[in-house]
Design a protein around this ligand. Structure first.
Ligand SMILES: *Cc1c(COP(=O)(O)O)cnc(C)c1O
Length: 393
């Protein structure tokens, strides 16, 4: 490999020998196509004419007045399939097709990434198989139907805990056996190099647009950018363009679940006791683990933030003190979900509502500041969960 894909102490390539040729080919292809005019033209055309870019930057008049600061939302919720995930799915699908792969495979937890991949596969004429935990299949029927309608095969995973972690293991096994015609389309800035770098590249369009739109609207850069952090792809996507601008504060919000002390959360940074350096799915990063190094189960009201590890670049940015991380609990998330719906007429994904909660929790710090929240997705998928949590009739 040209690069080891290290972010300081984090990242890298920790995989069995059998996967190395596939990762080497992927790195070579990515480095070539990243600077290829035709590839970037096709990628941007698909983003514009199929996915719905550029997404608007919406000023929140009512919320701004309420909190005494200027709040803008980057509207990734308006994209095709309902979240930022389609940016990465289209980028990698196009890359796979460019090198003659005919089949995409992917893991999915709640099914959102599976739907994005199945969509990109349908659009680009590629075969598609999705690995999904048997328990998740039962919990997320609607997304399973969507994937099948889009022409994908959904493979139930019955090993281990029968959820996301096990689905990734099965997808990696499939890839090892079928690397000749198959691309593994990973969903967030996780996994071995080149995935974290490549996915950050495909998502960096979010920050590039935000900068241009905000300069047009306000003639200056934001004071604070806030994004929720599962694996960390929507956050890196909006952060990237602003990393060199030291004055812009970058804040990631993790899932605080039932509270840090409860142990039922996905707060890799905020829980100092269990969030420690470890290796998972090919990368070295912060992982929630017990004192024997066993990966801990996570909990969040939002499925998209419910993962035991965080992308290695986030671990690096935090150590370098360039970004900071906090959390919002399930309760605070639901409160923010309701607030944005009522004040601005926008129903956010529960994941994105974690970022909105930051504003409620830090009102005094944000007085007169210019704030951008990355609204990573829309809340249609979360209606059942929200109605139950709010005890609405
Ligand atoms: C999947 C998802 C996330 C979490 O993924 P990241 O890689 O951390 O961005 C956040 N928001 C929405 C709407 C999602 O669907």
């Amino acid at each position: 490999m040209k690069s080891l894909g290290k972010f300081g102490d984090f990242g890298g390539v920790f995989v069995p020998e059998t996967l190395m040729p596939a990762l080497e080919e992927l790195e070579k292809t990515f480095l070539k196509l990243k600077n290829d005019k035709k590839f970037n033209y096709e990628f941007n055309e698909l983003l514009r004419k199929y996915a719905g870019r550029p997404t608007p930057l919406t000023f929140c008049q009512n919320l701004s007045k309420k909190f005494g600061c200027k709040i803008y939302l980057k509207r990734e919720d308006l994209l095709h399939t309902g979240a930022h995930k389609i940016n990465n799915a289209i980028g990698q699908a196009l890359l796979a097709k460019s090198i003659g792969k005919t089949r995409l495979i992917a893991e999915t937890g709640a099914g959102q990434h599976g739907v994005a991949v199945a969509t990109a596969a349908a659009k680009l004429g590629l075969k598609c198989e999705i690995y999904m935990g048997a328990i998740d299949i039962r919990r997320q029927k609607l997304n399973v139907h969507r994937m099948k309608l889009l022409g994908a095969k959904v493979n139930p995973v019955t090993t281990g805990g029968k959820t996301l972690k096990d689905a990734i293991n099965d997808a990696l096994r499939d890839w090892t056996a079928n690397v000749e015609n198959t691309h593994y389309l990973l969903g967030s800035v996780l996994g071995p190099h080149p995935y974290p770098t490549m996915i950050a590249y495909f998502q960096s369009i979010i920050g590039k647009e935000t900068k241009k739109q905000l300069l047009e609207a306000e003639r200056k850069l934001p004071d604070v950018i806030v994004a929720c952090v599962g694996g960390g792809s929507n956050a890196i996507g909006i952060f990237k363009e602003f990393i060199p601008s030291n004055r812009v504060k970058l804040v990631g919000v993790e899932a605080g679940g039932l509270g840090i002390a409860s142990g039922k959360h996905a707060a890799r940074f905020s829980d100092k006791k269990t969030g420690r350096l470890g290796i998972i799915h090919g990368t070295k990063t912060l992982v929630l683990q017990d004192k024997y190094g066993q990966i801990l189960n996570t909990h969040s009201i939002s499925a998209g933030l419910d993962y035991s590890a965080v992308g290695p670049e986030h671990a690096f940015l935090r150590r370098a003190k360039r970004s900071e991380y906090t959390y919002a609990t399930d309760k605070e998330c639901i409160q923010a979900f309701q607030l944005l719906s009522r004040e601005e007429g926008i129903i956010p994904a529960l994941e994105s509502a974690h970022a909105v909660a930051y504003i409620i929790k830090n009102t005094s710090k944000l007085k007169n500041k210019l704030v951008v929240i990355n609204l990573s997705g829309r809340g249609d998928k979360d209606m059942d969960t929200a109605v139950k949590a709010l005890k609405l009739k």
